[in-house]
Ligand binder design. Structure first.
Ligand SMILES: [Mg+2]
Length: 168
């Protein structure tokens, strides 16, 4: 079975609103276009891995009402902590898979080339980059070959439209 490991800020959540208002704006947070449709279509196959202050991240998950779509939710203190956590999650999934040599077993979806995309490729996962308009990492350029994602889109609607086979 295919599994999806997703980032929260600037991937599922349009976190641009928080740049000006900070945590007080969390209640006004909107999902990135198509994100809820994606999660509804793949409920139970999705894992959330997000970095930040635990209380704030929990508030964001609640504001978007997305908790029930995930089999697991992990909150780590900083984006750098995601490297180790991603490895643990990927290894745990693969240990349970029967077809553990299939190439496209785990898809990492996030906005950071230097964290989610790079670590995903290091772990031999498929990577998909979300580049929302105005996102703080939407303009980032690849620094090493592993930074190049397998798939790119400005939101989940575009991702699902352009690469239907990825989500079949
Ligand atoms: Mg992010």
């Amino acid at each position: 079975m295919r599994r999806f490991i997703l980032d929260l800020d600037y991937t599922i959540a349009d976190s641009c609103i928080l740049q000006a208002g900070g945590p007080s704006r969390i209640k006004d947070l909107d999902p990135v276009p198509g994100a809820l449709k994606f999660l509804q279509s793949h409920a139970g196959k999705c894992i959330l891995l997000t970095a930040g202050i635990e209380e704030d991240q929990r508030k964001k998950i609640k504001a978007l009402d997305i908790e029930s779509y995930f089999s697991d939710i992990y909150i780590v203190p900083t984006p750098e902590h995601k490297r180790q956590k991603l490895q643990e999650i990927v290894e745990a999934i693969r240990a349970k898979m029967i077809y553990r040599f299939s190439r496209i077993d785990i898809v990492i979806i996030g906005d950071r080339l230097d964290i989610e995309m790079r670590r995903g490729k290091e772990l031999k996962c498929v990577t998909a980059r979300i580049q929302i308009p105005g996102g703080i990492h939407s303009g980032d350029l690849p620094k090493v070959p592993f930074d190049h994602p397998d798939f790119e889109a400005k939101d989940f609607n575009e991702l699902m439209l352009n690469y239907p086979a990825l989500f079949a």
